[in-house]
Design a protein around this ligand. Sequence first.
Ligand code: SF4
Ligand code: SF4
Length: 281
Amino acid sequence: MNDESPPQADDPRVKLEEKILADYPRLGPDDTFKFGCHPGVSCFNRCCGDVNIFLSPYDVLRLKKRLGMKSYDLLDKYCLLPVQKDMKTPVVVLKMNDDEAKTCPFLGDSGCGVYADRPWPCRMYPLGLASQKDTPDGWQGDRFYFLLQEDVCKGFEEPQEWTVRQWFDNQGIDEYDTWGEAFKELTLHKFFETGGTLGPERMHMMFTACYDLDKFREFVFDSTLLERFEIDEDFVEEMRYSDEALLRFAFLWLRFSLFGEKTVKIRPEAAQAVKGKGTGK
Ligand code: SF4
Ligand code: SF4
């Protein structure tokens, strides 16, 4: 893992965040913008380098399937796992190439080599997503979109006009957002708002279940985990081969084991055994 210091008040990331909230025009679903990105633009391929692309569990799932790789191999070859002192949940970032331009490893002469399965941030561009930090608890305020107008990007000179909603449809963002919302049930859980923290073991458990699905599958099927919960047999079979089913289970199981939510049902005999342990029987 790479060590990375948390953002300080004079950090450019903090300054950008403040600028976005203060200055950037906010876009709603029906607001319009002009943009086009195609091999004919003079800047084609220039933006896919030296960027921080944070990957969600669903981004990793799509990339591993696309590349036909095991999750642990993909994480090892293409990802960084930065560690910050105040980090509440695991973070995975796409690793840029070790060349001068720090190009994305998936960039080829004809553009993105994983286009149909490119990560959420690559789909969203040129739109950014922000939330008004208007409660003492953190980022719980209104979500809004804004235009990320990078100087290098000539896409804004193209004539095609979009509403935010049309851009989402065109880029297939809704599916990613649905998974993103399910992930937020973990990352924005009130456990964290009330000062809860995950120790290294639980942090690793969350990382494995969310991002390292092939490792998590081994854990699910090679341990006694399935004996402890009432899970539909067909769903168990689906988890053997479907990464989506396994990730759905991972989110539910983590909410149960990290935060005590009743998202999976414990078997009566397992509950009895736990009770017995608790009372010293
Ligand atoms: S994944 Fe594709 S679109 Fe995203 S930075 Fe890499 S090459 Fe560009
Ligand atoms: S800089 Fe803008 S227009 Fe150029 S390739 Fe990147 S997204 Fe497309």
